[in-house]
Design a protein. Structure first.
Length: 300
């Protein structure tokens, strides 16, 4: 199955590419930079030309503008990256009999604390990121065969601004001062587990809107402290704090009920300790690769 992976150099894109290669799929990777296909999905003409040139059977879209503050500063850029391209992707997929797999977000819920939200729960759109991603869902779902996955993912990216996991590992390894949010709940899942489940769902013919996340809801503080616990370190300089003081308003009650996805897949999604173990495995793999690369260059 020929797969066009949009946003291939991001955190999820890297994990999805690895999973696609593991499955033996014919993979074409596209991103704004450092990919075999240079593509900004906000460029309608380039996007449509790429679709026609590649003619994929599966379009896996994990390209997005995810910086909440950047979306707030430039709502048009958020719309052009997170919403508008889905109209063209859905239309092309519908016309050409392709499968569209679109990655959405969990940034829709402001009430309930650690409660989980199913796919029918009412949403609260408190920032431009949430508004643009919600619109993207609607555009994607104009294709009845499309699969839209709401999620929150954690893992390594290795470039630009550190991901939550990269930042958290740095805090835990070096016992740095940090404010850990005790009132920001999520069911974030590691990218490896998510990529595997997403491909499984697409291959099973799933369509419509699904939650796909960890089976346990936890705070960002609990995530960081679990990392410290698993690497055998103690956090002596970290304090508990609130997400409410951040510049851009954020939804913070983000637990997702993945029961429908679990029923389709026939397996449970990971709990916090399993998510962290997978993240640390990815970190160790990445570190080992970088060390081998440095050593090779030193002896070249």
């Amino acid at each position: 199955m020929k797969t066009l992976l949009l946003g291939s150099t991001g955190m999820l894109g890297q994990a999805a590419a690895k999973e696609a290669r593991r499955r033996g799929l014919v993979l074409r990777e596209a991103a704004r930079r450092n990919a075999e296909i240079a593509l900004d999905i906000a460029d309608e003409k380039a996007l449509c030309e790429t679709l026609e040139a590649e003619k994929p059977a599966l379009i896996f879209n994990c390209a997005a503008l995810t910086d909440l503050d950047a979306c707030e500063r430039d709502p048009l850029a958020a719309w052009q990256a997170n919403a508008r391209p889905l109209a063209f992707l859905a239309g092309w997929a519908r016309t050409n009999g392709a499968k569209l797999l679109h990655i959405s977000t969990d940034q829709f819920f402001t009430e309930g604390g650690s409660a989980v939200h199913d796919e029918k729960a009412p949403v609260s759109l408190v920032n431009e990121y949430a508004r643009s991603k919600f619109a993207g869902e609607a555009f994607a779902l104009t294709d009845a065969n499309a699969l839209v996955l709401r999620t929150s993912i954690v893992g390594m990216r290795g470039w630009e601004k550190p991901t939550l996991a990269e930042w958290a590992i740095g805090i835990a390894r070096n016992d740095r001062p940090a404010t850990l949010f005790s009132d920001a709940w999520s069911s974030s899942i590691d990218v490896a587990s998510f990529a595997r489940a997403a491909f499984d769902m697409a291959e099973a013919g799933a369509c419509g809107l699904y939650n796909l996340a960890a089976s346990e809801v936890y705070t960002k503080e609990e995530f960081v402290r679990e990392i410290a616990r698993q690497i055998g370190h103690t956090l002596t300089h970290a304090i508990s704090g609130s997400v409410q003081g951040l510049m851009t308003a954020r939804a913070h009650c983000l637990g997702l009920d993945s029961g429908r996805a679990e029923a389709l897949l026939g397996r449970k999604m990971p709990i916090l300790s399993e998510v962290v173990a997978s993240v640390l495995h990815q970190y160790n793999e990445t570190s080992s690769h970088e060390l081998r690369h440095i050593a090779a260059h030193r002896h070249a």
